[in-house]
Ligand binder design. Structure first.
Ligand code: FE2
Length: 416
């Protein structure tokens, strides 16, 4: 496959790229636009980017909002209750159909790398087992990492620990946790130590739903980061949500950031989900409920954006468009300066790849897999501002998605 007249992120000149045997074999700068040779793809000066990375989604729960009842309060905790009512209705066929429909949405919007949580607070583990089977079936088509996620508590849910071990033995890629949902602070702390212990025992990554609450006293992040540091796991560990950090006082945060920088863990923020679920116990003013993305990023700590939910008991919108999550995130976190826009796509591309620990096989570089997307826009800023559509998605040199942009006719008086 040959692509000409492509813009690459953070580079001014147009480029020609070649993919041979599924791998980028040549990438060279052009002196100017060239005539597209027969059989090649003309990028028409549009932005060619590494595929989008969805680092945090719940595929097992996707497309179940309102079944059997709706989350009326809009709180995280009612979401967990509504999901526990839906769980007895789960079976392999139901999960498989919904997961494939959701992956289709993500692929249509430029995603090729996904980390999905799968609920292990279920004696049958049907969600986790179905997701692991799909991961293996689709491995040549899309990257899927499965987190064994103890939705109702690792230590508080009956047999939670045994179910986690069963999930890891079955083949889950990542150990999950939910310390703020354990019955007590002591159980929450113990669960963080157990998560790190299991990651070492089974040689897996870690991704914890950590402090997803407005409670400024929810401080399990420091336990997770400290355990990651002391056990040398660093970048193999991710803290998702950390919304309580929004409500920590600045003096504590200053101390905390010293640890976070040393620990070198990753962060995932889910802007649409958190602005919806958090602040629900406030009158006015209402907290925004997102973690300190701007400050983490400025401190050189890896942070990325995710969608978290698509039409499920926690969030009944969502459409697979990470550009939408990015747009929300930059607004809510007040990252609206020119320099923020220039590198905005980092939050849904490179930073997500680092979180998934796939950076060694991710990016537009010779020798790396020939995976890319073509976006309707010339650079990060224009793609973000226009919410540019994904025109093409290529994996290992094969087109997996192609979109023909809508043609819009306007009257002559409005045309400049
Ligand atoms: Fe989540």
């Amino acid at each position: 496959m040959k692509i000409v007249n492509a813009r690459l992120r953070k580079k001014s000149r147009l480029h020609t790229l070649e993919i041979t045997d599924g791998v980028f074999s040549q990438i060279s700068a052009q002196d100017g636009p060239v005539v597209c040779p027969q059989g090649a793809i003309d990028a028409n000066s549009q932005l060619l980017s590494p595929p989008f990375v969805e680092p945090h989604i719940h595929l097992d729960a996707a497309l179940t909002a309102g079944e059997p009842s709706w989350n009326q309060s809009g709180t995280l905790f009612e979401g967990i209750e509504r999901w526990s009512e839906r769980k007895p209705m789960l079976n392999e066929t139901d999960i498989r159909q919904r997961v494939l429909r959701t992956i289709e949405l993500l692929v249509q919007n430029g995603v090729q790398h996904i980390r999905s949580h799968a609920d292990t607070s279920d004696p049958s583990l049907v969600g986790l087992k179905t997701l692991c089977a799909l991961r293996d079936e689709l491995k040549d088509k899309i990257d899927l990492q499965i987190v064994a996620f103890p939705q109702e508590g690792l230590l508080s849910y009956p047999n939670g620990l045994a179910l986690m071990e069963e999930a890891l033995t079955f083949g889950a890629d990542v150990v999950g946790g939910i310390p703020h949902f354990e019955y007590t602070r002591e159980l929450g702390e113990a669960s963080m130590k157990k998560v790190i212990e299991l990651a070492q025992k089974y040689d897996r990554l870690v991704d914890v739903h950590c402090d997803e609450i407005d409670d400024p006293n929810s401080r399990f992040l420091e336990v997770l980061a400290c355990e990651a540091l002391f056990n040398g796991l660093g970048s193999r560990v991710t803290a998702s949500h950390t919304t309580a950090m929004h409500s920590y006082d600045n003096a504590y945060c200053s101390k905390l950031f010293r640890l976070l920088k040393r620990a070198d863990i990753n962060f995932v923020s889910c802007p649409t989900e958190s602005i919806h679920l958090q602040g629900r116990f406030d009158s006015y003013p209402k907290r925004r409920g997102l973690t300190r993305v701007k400050e983490l990023n400025e401190a050189g700590i890896n942070v990325c954006f995710a969608e978290d939910s698509i039409f499920d008991p926690w969030y009944s919108l969502g459409n697979g468009k990470l550009l939408r999550s990015l747009d929300f995130g930059l607004h809510i976190c007040q990252m609206m300066g020119y320099q923020d826009f220039e590198s905005a796509l980092d939050f849904i591309t490179d930073n997500g790849a680092r979180t998934l620990n796939i950076q060694h096989r991710y990016g537009i570089e010779t020798g790396k897999p020939g995976n890319f997307i073509l976006l309707d826009g010339a650079d990060d800023y224009s793609v973000l501002r226009r919410q540019g559509e994904v025109l093409l998605s290529v994996r290992h040199g094969e087109i997996i998605m192609q979109r023909t942009p809508a043609r819009i006719t306007t009257p002559a008086w409005i045309q400049a």
